[in-house]
Design a protein. Structure first.
Length: 471
């Protein structure tokens, strides 16, 4: 079938689709909390109601129930990155073992142990507070696309085994027994401490828990300004203010408009489509009985998973908009998702023609580390924590815990590690950032098919610190 015909088929498959996250249509969305409409004081103010902010709120109150904690959210809980990811769970707190090895080879043993403890704590919190979030423990599967992907998964397998993971290397026959796709030539299945979750339900559940613990939450309350004042920080909002001893900026990509944060964080957009529910026959044709979350080894990475009602979520297709634009109109129609659906059909040709109920995109906070970092403001009274680069559903719990320790001046071992004491590299300003991003995205789109100048360009980008060909 010609590219033109597949493009037309992709557009037809999107007819009637909602261009908003599938997760946010789930029943049980909680009522929004009133906006802040007065001047208040507290010990800890958290700005941002995504996973980092919610995990910070819950952990702060668990550590000290008497602590006065306030959380403000510019819109509503889970409306940002926490309500739209694939939500594939991982023990890694540094965007995967390969990335952690690249960045922190001397700290790997410690980071791996901390990551396992973090995921265990993640699970314990969900079970203890009875958060209903469609949690499944099918594992995490990396699949080799073509024979060139075999070396990638074999190298990663060695890392997984070295650091004590229950990892299994699958040949072509074995991986086809797991998920039937003509593209999959092998696989690496990490079977324990990984799986999938419904991210919006998790965020709404954490909101409930935080409020039960005594956290005051104000939605539709953006921070307009902040400044150091009288041993703390004064934060102003449209109809009120908060005088806080300490402030955690849990705003991730949405703080990329701040000059200092923007110097190290780029708001790269990620795109996702979700099918209509598969019939029993369609599901049987695909296999996937163990319901793993999946990443592939394409240069322009794709990832996929099943939802509780047996839809396939399929994501990838990065992009960047000038000036770190986090809400471009261009991504609110069908055209940007055509290439993604074409990749879906190549991955699952037995489902060609299936319709898609949802398509959406949103910014991830990309840094040269692709992992959490911390920026200090107001003499150390205010701290920015962000930069997970798409691996944040579980890593945000860890990032929030370390952020609280740094803010409170507690000397925990994690805060002495290199990741917590240093910053990612600078990213060039506009217009060079936009030009570089567009060339890089085009190179990634066409590298596997055309090679040529794209290979040295991508290698140059990786030498700058962006591991663009790794998951």
């Amino acid at each position: 079938m010609s590219r033109e015909n597949t493009g037309d088929q992709a557009l037809q498959a999107l007819q009637g689709a909602r261009f908003s996250p599938y997760w946010l249509d789930a029943p049980g969305r909680p009522q929004e909390e009133p906006a802040l409409a007065q001047d208040i004081r507290c010990d800890l103010l958290i700005v941002g109601g995504g996973f980092t902010g919610l995990w910070a709120a819950v952990q702060a109150k668990e550590e000290n129930p008497a602590r006065e904690v306030v959380l403000i959210e510019a819109r509503s809980i889970a409306i940002g990155a926490s309500g739209r990811p694939a939500a594939i769970l991982s023990t890694s707190v540094m965007h995967g073992l390969v990335n952690a090895q690249r960045l922190y080879p001397d700290d790997m043993e410690t980071l791996e142990q901390l990551g396992k403890e973090n995921l265990d704590g993640f699970r314990e919190t969900i079970e203890h507070y009875e958060i209903d979030c469609d949690l499944e423990w099918g594992g995490e599967l990396t699949v080799a696309i073509g024979d060139e992907g075999i070396d990638d998964i074999e190298r990663e397998y060695d890392l997984y085994r070295h650091y004590g993971h229950d990892a299994h290397l699958l040949d072509q026959e074995a991986v086809q027994c797991e998920v039937k796709s003509p593209l999959f030539r092998g696989g690496l299945w990490s079977r324990k401490r990984s799986g999938t979750v419904h991210p919006a339900k998790l965020a709404w559940g954490l909101k409930r828990v935080a409020m039960q613990l005594g956290v005051r939450i104000h939605e539709n309350t953006p921070m307009l300004s902040n400044r150091r004042k009288a041993g703390g920080v004064l934060v102003t909002t449209p109809d009120g203010s908060v005088q806080a001893n300490k402030v955690l900026l849990a705003t991730n990509a949405f703080a990329a408009g701040n000059r200092r944060i923007r110097n190290r964080v780029a708001a790269i957009r990620d795109r996702i489509v979700v099918t209509e529910p598969l019939t029993d026959a369609q599901l049987a044709a695909v296999g996937w009985q163990n319901r793993q979350g999946i990443y592939d080894t394409r240069t322009q990475l794709n990832y996929m998973r099943l939802t509780a009602d047996n839809r396939i979520l399929f994501g990838g297709r990065l992009d960047y908009f000038f000036g770190n634009n986090t809400d471009p109109e261009e991504d609110k129609g069908p055209a940007p998702y055509v290439r993604l659906i074409e990749n879906f059909y190549r991955t699952f040709p037995m489902l060609r023609g299936i319709r898609f109920s949802h398509a959406w995109s949103g910014p991830i906070a990309l840094t040269t580390r692709m992992a959490v970092h911390y920026q200090h403001y107001c003499g150390g009274r205010m701290l920015y924590a962000g930069g997970y680069s798409g691996f944040g559903v579980t890593a945000t719990r860890f990032g929030a815990r370390v952020a609280l320790a740094i803010l409170d001046g507690r000397d925990i071992p994690e805060a002495r590690l290199k990741f917590a004491r240093t910053l990612p590299a600078f990213i060039p300003p506009e217009p060079f950032r936009w030009i570089g991003a567009k060339i890089t995205m085009y190179a990634l789109d066409t590298l596997d098919e055309k090679g040529g100048w794209r290979v040295p360009w991508v290698r140059m980008v990786e030498r700058m610190g962006f591991p663009v060909t790794q998951k």
